[in-house]
Design a protein. Structure first.
Length: 309
C-alpha cells in the first residue's frame, strides 16, 4: 500500500516559501453564513494591499509566484478562495454561485482587512468581479489588473465552460492522475515546468483519509450557476465604462474567452485601460514566470507596463 507515501508527497510537493499568514472571514448568502478562507503574504502594515482573486475553478494559491515576488517588494498580498473552492466553504444554494455573491464576499474581506484602498489582480472570474467592483460608485480599488477576461463573454464561451464543469472528476486515486488531468485541462496556460504543474496539483486536491482518494477542492455544484439567466451572454460594459482608475488588461494571444477584437473594444471604451499581450499562451496567462510577473509588478508600482500594447 502506498497511500501514506502519496499523502506525504502532497505535503512536500512544493519547496516554495509559504504565505506569512492565513485567516478567514464570514460571508453571507441567501441561505446563511459561509467561511471565506484566505492567505496573506508580506508585511501586515502595508498601506494598500494587493487582492488577488482566482478563476472559476481555481483557488488562491495559484498566485503564490506573484505574491512571493510582491512580498519581497514590501507589498501585502491577500489571496482568497472564493466560496466552493480551495479551503472556503461551499454554498448551500448552488444558485448563489454568481457575481453578486462573489462581490459581496470580497467586499466583506476588504472590510476585514481594515483598509480604504486595494490594488486588484483578477484572473478570469476574478477579473469579472474586479470589473464590477471597480465600476461601482465609491469603489476602493486603486489600480486594476484584469487577466484574460472582458466585460462581455459570449454564450458560446460560457456553454463550453459549463460543459467542462459537468465533466470535472470528483476524485483521483493518485496524484499522478490528478496532475495528468490538470496538465490537460489547463493546457492553455502554456509551457510550465514540472515543478509548476506539481504546485498546481498540490493545491487543487486534498487527501481524503476515509475514502483513500485525492478529492477536488472545487464544488461541482458551481456548474449549476450556468443555468442562471444572468449568464446568458454576460455583459458588463456599463461597469467597464465607469472604471476611472488605471487598468491593465492581460491577454493570452491564443485565448478563446478574450478575443483580439474584444481587447480593441475595451481600449476604445475606457481610456484608463492599457493592454499587454502574451503570445505564448491562451486562457489564461498563469503569472508564474518572471517575465509575466514583472508586467504586473511594474504596473502596480506605477510604472508603465513593458512590451507591446
Amino acid at each position: 500500500m502506498n497511500r501514506p507515501h502519496q499523502a506525504r508527497d502532497a505535503r512536500l510537493m512544493g519547496s516554495r516559501p509559504e504565505p506569512a499568514r492565513s485567516g478567514s472571514v464570514l460571508g453571507l448568502s441567501t441561505t446563511g453564513f459561509h467561511e471565506i478562507a484566505y492567505v496573506e503574504w508580506g508585511p501586515e502594515e502595508s498601506e494598500v494591499p494587493v487582492l488577488c482573486v482566482h478563476g472559476l475553478t481555481r483557488q488562491g494559491r495559484d498566485f503564490d509566484h506573484l505574491a512571493e515576488n510582491l512580498a519581497r517588494r514590501r507589498r501585502r498580498v491577500v489571496c482568497p478562495d472564493l466560496p466552493g473552492r480551495g479551503r472556503s466553504q461551499s454554498l448551500s444554494d448552488p444558485g448563489d454561485y454568481a457575481l453578486p455573491q462573489y462581490c459581496a464576499d470580497m467586499n466583506a474581506l476588504i472590510a476585514r482587512l481594515g483598509v480604504t484602498q486595494v490594488d486588484w489582480v483578477g484572473t478570469s472570474l476574478g477579473g469579472l468581479i474586479g470589473i464590477v467592483l471597480a465600476g461601482m460608485p465609491g469603489s476602493c480599488i486603486r489600480r486594476l489588473v484584469v487577466n484574460d477576461i472582458g466585460p462581455y463573454v459570449s454564450s458560446v464561451g460560457l456553454l463550453r465552460i459549463g460543459s467542462y464543469l459537468g465533466d470535472m472528476p470528483r476524485s483521483f486515486v493518485t496524484l499522478a492522475r490528478a496532475e495528468r488531468y490538470f496538465r490537460e485541462i489547463l493546457a492553455p496556460y502554456g509551457e510550465l515546468s514540472d515543478e509548476q504543474w506539481r504546485h498546481i496539483t498540490a493545491h487543487s486536491v486534498r487527501w481524503d483519509e476515509t475514502r483513500h482518494v485525492f478529492t477536488m477542492l472545487c464544488d461541482r455544484e458551481i456548474a449549476r450557476a450556468f443555468r442562471n439567466p444572468w449568464l446568458v451572454s454576460l455583459n458588463l460594459w456599463k461597469y467597464w465604462e465607469r472604471i476611472g482608475v488605471p487598468t491593465l488588461v492581460l491577454h493570452g494571444a491564443k485565448s478563446d474567452l478574450l478575443t483580439h477584437e474584444l481587447c480593441d473594444e475595451m481600449l476604445e471604451r475606457n481610456a484608463n485601460a492599457t493592454l499587454h499581450r502574451f503570445e505564448e499562451c491562451g486562457h489564461v496567462p498563469p503569472l508564474f514566470e518572471l517575465q509575466q510577473i514583472k508586467i504586473v509588478t511594474d504596473f502596480l508600482a506605477d510604472k508603465r507596463p513593458a512590451g507591446p500594447d
